[in-house]
Write a protein that binds this ligand. Structure first.
Ligand SMILES: [Zn+2]
Length: 180
């Protein structure tokens, strides 16, 4: 069973992660767990804190469907602002235009601890910004208006209630249920 992905607003998601200090095989189990949850949810990126591990490491999806890991990422340069329609595994079924930068240059460490630098644009640039945000304790909804965020919070509370009821094996109670 893949580890469940935390649903926003969860405190872990809004807390800055700790830097990764131990590299190499020590990271393999965590990266595998993250990948399992990512694949199960059919996402294009996942940060460790989304499965409850407050470490600065994430998987980032390339346009060709492959993934690479980034640890302790830092944005070195960003270009002009754009907006991009974004969703998040921690905020299921919600898509919103989110302010981002068109291009970013990022420095990070790979799973061996080696420093890498990457200039990205297009979808890859947006996924990088989204995952780096997560590691800093920011979810994409934090970039939206208070009104939109408030409505999303309500929908997420309902989603969690429904999931909890489902997990308990009970009847899922929704507003449009027929009562008799
Ligand atoms: Zn996300």
């Amino acid at each position: 069973m893949p580890k469940p992905i935390l649903i926003w607003p969860d405190k872990v998601l809004s807390t800055r992660t700790r830097p990764v200090t131990e590299f190499g095989p020590a990271l393999d189990p965590l990266l595998e767990e993250m990948m399992e949850s990512l694949r199960a949810a059919e996402g294009i990126g996942i940060a460790a804190n989304q499965i409850g591990v407050p470490l600065a490491i994430a998987w980032v999806g390339r346009e060709d469907g492959t993934f690479f890991e980034i640890a302790n990422p830092v944005v070195l340069e960003k270009s002009e602002p754009v907006s991009f329609e974004e969703g998040c595994l921690s905020v299921p079924h919600e898509w919103e235009q989110t302010p981002r930068f068109a291009k970013v240059r990022v420095r990070y460490q790979d799973r061996t601890g080696a420093f890498q630098e990457l200039a990205a644009e297009g979808r890859l640039a947006h996924v990088l910004q989204h995952e780096i945000d997560h590691l800093e304790g920011t979810t994409f909804v934090d970039h939206l208006s208070q009104l939109k965020r408030g409505l999303m919070r309500k929908r997420m509370q309902k989603l969690q209630k429904d999931r909890a009821a489902e997990a308990a094996g009970g009847h899922v109670h929704t507003d449009d249920c027929d009562h008799d």
